[in-house]
Design a protein around this ligand. Structure first.
Ligand code: SIN
Length: 488
């Protein structure tokens, strides 16, 4: 793997704790595999609760000094980190494609996306304002200031191994917090490479520690129970998010939870069907269907159903499935063999209940973890593909008759992260956007993510917002100060 990198020293396999690269206390390591070939890429230190505690204690010390510095000083270091990430896009993208499987073009895009959170929050950190309140007594004045929450612990997923770190640590570090982060065990190398660049940028020791591990529980237990940690932030499944949030209540930690989704794409009969098909495919098959905001259910008005299916088949027919390192591949493998089997079970369930495979349906043809982009027709709301997050390149296409029915179907889920609709009717675009219960809505647009927007969900898709000017709020406490005895 090292031979593929211009700068092989970006390949780090130890934990990064208090500014030092260290092995696990036990000496244990775990393998990181290439999902396209199953080849072992590296053995990474597998730390546990004790190393995590040390990282948290170091963060507590480092955070106090960091918070005392000016926002300008913190910004200068973060900007340097941003620059180093951008100078190393190619190497970072190669590391990501090798361990995560997404095609190189997507990896390059994610690295630029990841850097953008550092750059954005390096600036937003300078704009942390307070407030002044009129009080009932003429001799007093009230103000509110906002201060960093302190030590933050973060657990991030394998589907965006770099951007989900920077979307959290960008705002945290910019406003004066410290962070201890655990990468997914499938994809630790991307985060460790970013930590190497943070170190080179001059980020003081202890402010960002990385604790990789094969066993999530001891690390998660320490993060969620240690009273020094004042905030816990998680991106991952709703099932795990609920367990971690419950653990955090013991010490009343603040939490941000970016959890699962079940995004509908609603295609009305007045839509531009070519754009809708391209959009639905872009959303559904991004990262081989492995994002929380991927289209999960495509709801199409009955009069244009058949035409839409044909157009979507046309778009999918242009895809080339293969190893992400091959520049001609448009879509890579899924993350593990287990993921492939889970997705296959959902397709089998749909077919057993009467669904038809209109395209794809091939599991394992290009290699052990590859799935042909699949389209399912004749699907109904009693199938698992309606209720559950598929997290793979399978597009079930449902039929609806009226606007009211489309809204009801879109809302018939415990999830509420992202939703999309295609229509040329302005009134309808407002009515439906307001009527559906989601944290983010794309109207005639599926590429809704960026640093500039408040990313997050409602219902069981979580709470908190990441990105935009709101992204700092989750890392700040408000303190009210009353100045009394000021004279008449
Ligand atoms: C996610 O899947 O949670 C992140 C997707 C994005 O930022 O676009």
């Amino acid at each position: 793997m090292k031979d593929l990198l211009k700068d092989p020293t970006l390949l780090r396999t130890q934990a990064y704790i208090n500014g030092e690269w260290v092995d696990a206390d036990s000496g244990e390591t775990f393998p990181v595999r290439n999902p396209a070939t199953q080849e072992v890429l590296a053995e990474v230190a597998s730390v546990g609760g004790a190393e995590t505690r040390r990282a948290i204690e170091a963060a507590e010390v480092a955070q106090k000094a960091w918070a005392a510095r000016t926002a300008m000083e913190r910004s200068a270091i973060l900007r340097k980190w941003n620059d180093l990430i951008l100078e190393n896009v190619e190497d970072l993208a190669i590391i990501m494609t090798l361990e995560q499987g997404k095609v190189l073009a997507e990896s390059r895009g994610e690295i630029v996306y990841a850097a953008s959170f550092i750059e954005w929050f390096a600036e937003e950190g300078k704009r942390v304002y307070g407030d002044v309140f009129p009080l009932p007594q003429s001799t007093s004045r009230g103000v509110a200031i906002r201060q960093p929450v302190g030590v933050v612990a973060a657990v991030t997923p394998w589907n965006f191994p770099s951007a989900m770190l920077t979307r959290k640590c960008g705002p945290a570090l910019a406003v004066g917090c410290a962070m201890v982060a655990k990468p997914a065990h499938e994809t630790p190398l991307s985060m460790l490479a970013l930590a190497e660049l943070a170190d080179r940028a001059g980020l003081p020791a202890g402010l960002l520690s990385i604790v990789p591990g094969a066993h999530a529980k001891p690390i998660g237990d320490e993060m969620c129970s240690n009273p020094i940690v004042r905030k816990f932030t998680f991106t991952g499944s709703t099932r795990i998010g609920k367990m971690l949030a419950a653990q955090c209540t013991e010490t009343m930690k603040r939490t941000s939870m970016e959890l699962g989704g079940n995004a509908p794409v609603i295609v009305f009969d007045d839509a531009d069907l070519d754009k809708a098909a391209v959009g639905a495919a872009a959303s559904k098959y991004r990262n081989s269907g492995q994002t929380c905001i991927c289209a999960n259910r495509i709801l199409v008005q009955e009069g244009v159903y058949d035409e839409f299916v044909e157009k979507l088949k046309g778009v999918v027919g242009t895809f080339k499935i293969g190893d992400g390192m091959d520049e001609s591949s448009t879509h890579g493998p899924v993350i593990t063999r287990k993921a492939l089997e889970d997705i296959k079970e959902m397709v089998d369930d749909a077919v057993a209940h009467g669904a038809e495979i209109a395209a794809g349906g091939d599991f394992g043809a290009e290699g052990e973890q590859f799935i042909q982009p699949t389209i399912l027709c004749n699907v109904t709301d009693d199938m698992r593909v309606f209720k559950e997050e598929i997290f793979g390149p399978v597009a079930p296409i449902f039929k609806f008759k009226t606007e009211e029915e489309a809204i009801a179907m879109a809302n018939d889920t415990e999830f509420g992260l992202a939703a999309y609709l295609f229509t040329r009717d302005q009134g309808r675009s407002w009515r439906v956007s307001e009527g559906i219960e989601y944290g983010m809505v794309g109207v005639n647009e599926v590429l809704i993510s960026s640093t500039f927007i408040p990313f997050g969900g409602i219902k069981e898709s979580g709470q908190g917002r990441e990105g935009s000017s709101y992204g700092v709020d989750d890392y700040l406490e408000m303190k009210y100060i009353c100045f009394g005895d000021l004279g008449a």
